[in-house]
Design a protein around this ligand. Sequence first.
Ligand SMILES: Nc1nc2c(c(=O)[nH]1)N[C@H]1C(S)=C(S)[C@@H](COP(=O)(O)OP(=O)(O)OC[C@H]3O[C@@H](n4cnc5c(=O)[nH]c(N)nc54)[C@H](O)[C@@H]3O)O[C@H]1N2
Ligand SMILES: Nc1nc2c(c(=O)[nH]1)N[C@H]1C(S)=C(S)[C@@H](COP(=O)(O)OP(=O)(O)OC[C@H]3O[C@@H](n4cnc5c(=O)[nH]c(N)nc54)[C@H](O)[C@@H]3O)O[C@H]1N2
Ligand code: SF4
Ligand SMILES: [Mo]
Length: 753
Amino acid sequence: MLVQPGEDGVHLRTCPLCEAMCGLQISVRDGKVHQIRANPDDAWSGGHICPKGTTLGAIHEDPDRIRQPLIKINGKWREATWAEAFHRCSELLLPIIEKYGISAVTAYTGNPLAHNFSLGRYIGILLGMSGMPITYSPGTIDQWPKNLSSHLMYGGWWTIPVPDIRRTNLLVIMGANPHASQGSLMAMPNVMGEIAKVRQRGSVIVIDPVRTGTAARADEWLPITPGTDAAFLLAVVHTLFTENLVRLGNAEEIVEGIETLARIAHDWTPERVAPVTGIPAERIRSLGRQLAATQRAAVYGRIGLCNQEFGGLSSWLVDVVNILTGHLDVPGGVMFPRPTAWSVTCQPQLGLEGGVAKFGRWSTRVRGAKEVLGQAPVSCMAEEISTPGDGQIKALITVAGNPVLSTPAGHELDKALAGLEAMISVDNWINETTRHADVILPGQSPLEQPHHDDLILQFAVDSFANYSPPVFLPDPSHPGEWEILIRLTGLCTGTPAEDVLVEAIDDGFFDYLSYTQGFDGAALRKRYDHGGPERILDMTLRTGYFGDKYGKNPDGLTLHKLRKNPDGINFGPMVPRLPDILGTPDQKIRLAPDYLIDDLTRLAHRMERTPDDLVLVSRRHLRSNNSWMHNVPALMKGRDRCTIHMHPDDAARCGVASGDTVTVQSEAGSIDIPVEITKEIKPGVVSIPHGWGHGQPETRVTTANAHAGVNTNILSPPHFTDEISGNAAVNGIPVTVRPAGQLSSRGGTVGAS
Ligand SMILES: Nc1nc2c(c(=O)[nH]1)N[C@H]1C(S)=C(S)[C@@H](COP(=O)(O)OP(=O)(O)OC[C@H]3O[C@@H](n4cnc5c(=O)[nH]c(N)nc54)[C@H](O)[C@@H]3O)O[C@H]1N2
Ligand SMILES: Nc1nc2c(c(=O)[nH]1)N[C@H]1C(S)=C(S)[C@@H](COP(=O)(O)OP(=O)(O)OC[C@H]3O[C@@H](n4cnc5c(=O)[nH]c(N)nc54)[C@H](O)[C@@H]3O)O[C@H]1N2
Ligand code: SF4
Ligand SMILES: [Mo]
C-alpha cells in the first residue's frame, strides 16, 4: 500500500509543526494532497492529530510560498536561478565583510529550524563556522532561563527534566497551556488526553494568571500574579524545610548545596509571598505537603515561567521543588529522556563545560548587555543595526525567523532592517521581516523533504525513532536548506557562495560530529554514497543508545531499519539516568548555584514594589503557530483571535465594553485592538496573542494580510528582561487600556503604532 516519493497513494509522514510529532497518513491523488488523516498505527502518536496537521497540503500548495529564489533590485523582486541568487549574495556580502569585517554581519535563526530536517542539523555550521561573533535567536524570548538553570544545576544547558506524565498522579502545570501549544520541552502526542488520565489517577493543578483551556480541564486553577512564580516556589521550598518534608530519594547522594538552600528559603514564608503572588499562604503550604506526600508527582513549568522578569529563578525553583520532594529521575516524577538519536543542536557549548557561570565573556556594543550561554537578548538586534559607530551591524542573515513580529519592539526592528546594507533570508514567504531582504532563498516545502525530529525528540517521554521520506520530489535544481546554509557559511568566511565546496564542508562537519562520539568520520564516510542530513541522521541513530554502533551491536538501530518500519519504533518510557547524565565535574547536582542565589536580591525588591494596576501576558491558540501559519485559509476561519482578553472588573474600570476597540499602551508603545471580556482571567491581568500584525506593504501572505491583527510586541519594552539570562519578559508588562481614540492620561493623541 505504501508508495514511493512523488507517487499517488498513501504516504506515512510525521507532522513537523509541533512537539506532538503526530504520525499522519497523507493521501495524494493526481500529484496533489487529497486528504490528511491521523495514522492510527503510528508507534508514537497512535492516531492523534490537530487541525494544523491537516493543513500541510495547503502549506505545500500555498500560491504565496516561494519556490524560486527572489532577488530585489531597485526595490522590485524578481525570480532568479539558484546560481544567480548565490552570486547576488556574494555581491552583497563580500564587500561588507571586506570593509567592516565579519563582525558587521549577524544572523537571526528562528523557531521552525527546530522542526526542520536540514536546518536543525546544519544550523551549527552557520553559527559555528561563519565567524559571526554575535548572533540572535528566539531562544532569548523562549527557553533561555531553563537552559541557564540546567547548565548551572546539571552541567548541560539542554539537560532539561521532562514530566513523566503517563505515570504521574499529581501534575502541577505552571505557565504552560498545552491545550493550545500541545506541550513544550515535554514532547508527547495527545497531551490533553494524558492530562485527563492523570486526573483519573490523581489530580492536576494549573498555576497561571489565565484560566486557560488547560486550567479549565484541571482539578484546580490557582490564579497567580504574573512574574511572581519564583516567590511562590520559594515559599513552597520554605514549607518543605520547616515542616521537615524534604525527601531527596534518588538524588540523596548527588546533590550539593542543600544547606544553602535551607538558609535562603528561611525568609520566604508563605505569609510573605501570599499578598504578592495572590495565592493564599495556606494553599502554598498545602501544596508543599501534597507534593511531598504523593509518591508520583511532577511540577512542570514552561514559557510563562521563562518569558518573565524572574525566568531564571523560576526555572531553577521548579527543579528544586521536584528534587526536594524526591521526584527527580523517578517514574511519575520528572525524568531525563533518552533520545534514540542525539541532536547536533544539543552539543555542549565550547568553553562552558562543567556548568560553571562564566557569563559576560562579551557584552553588546550599544546596551552593554552581557552574553549568557553564547547569546545576548534578541531585543539588542535593532539597536545594534541602527546605532552608528564601530561595530555597527550592516548585514543580516535570517533563517526561518520573523523577528519583526516575534521580538520585543519589533516595530523598531522593522525600521532598523530598512537601513541595512544587505539582508539575506532563508525563508519560504515574503512576510513582515523578509520583505526587507535583498535576496530570499526558499527552502523546500515540508512535504518535499525527509523528516525525523532532531531537537524535539530530546524532550520526548518515550525513546522513539521514525523516518519519513518526502511525499513529493523537489525540483532537482532546488538545493536543500542544509546546502544553502553551507554556502552562506562559506560566504561569511570570504568564499563566493557559488564557489563554496559544499561536499568538503559537509564531510568536515560529519567528521567532527563522528569524532565527538569517538568514531573516525573519514572511515565512516566510506559507508555512505551521499552526504547531507540523512547521513548525519544515520550516524546519530547508530552511535546513540539504541544504535548498532556500526556493527558492534548488530541488532541496533539504523536509518535502514527505520525505513523498514514506517510507523516508527518505540523503545518505551524514560528510565532513570542519574548520575551519568550530569555534566558537572564532580557529577553532583548543584541545588544552590551562586549565580542564581545572587539574583534573590532582585526578587526581594520585587516584593516591595507597588502592585501594577494592569499587566499584559501572552497567549497561544491551537490554530496558530507563532507568526507563520496565518496564511492557511482553513486555520483562519471563525472569529478574530487577535483580541485582548480582559476581566469584567477591569473593563468596567477602564470604561470599555466587549467588542470595543481599545488602545493598549505600555512604556514601549501602543496598539489598538478589539477587546473580549471574560471572567477566565485574573483581575488586573490582560492577555494578547503574539505573531500578528500582518498587512504590511510589499508582503506576500494574502490570507494573513486579510486577517492582519496587531503586533503585541510593539508593547514589549526591549529592556524588560530576566536580567540573569537576558531572556525577554513579555509577560507582566505594565499597560493601560482605554477606549480607542480617547486621549491618553498623559495628554498626547494616541493611535495605533
Ligand atoms: N498551536 C500552537 N502551538 C505552539 C505554538 C504556537 O504558537 N501555537 N508555539 C510553540 C512554541 S514556539 C512554544 S515555545 C510553545 C510554548 O508552549 P507553552 O509554554 O504551553 O505556551 P503558552 O500556550 O503560551 O502558555 C503559556 C502560559 O503562561 C501563562 N503565563 C504568562 N505569564 C505567566 C506568569 O508570570 N506565571 C505563570 N505561572 N504563568 C504565566 C500564560 O497565561 C499562558 O497560559 O508552544 C509551541 N506550540
Ligand atoms: N509577545 C510574545 N512574543 C513571543 C512569544 C510569546 O509568547 N509572546 N513567543 C516567542 C517564542 S517561544 C518563539 S519560539 C518566537 C518565534 O519567533 P520566530 O522564529 O522569529 O517566528 P516564527 O513565527 O516562528 O517565524 C517563522 C519564520 O520561518 C519561516 N518558515 C516557516 N517554515 C519554514 C521552513 O521550513 N524553512 C524556512 N527557511 N523558513 C520557514 C516563516 O515564513 C517565518 O518567517 O516568538 C517569540 N515571541
Ligand atoms: S498536534 Fe497538530 S501541529 Fe502538532 S504535530 Fe500533531 S498534527 Fe501537527
Ligand atoms: Mo518557542
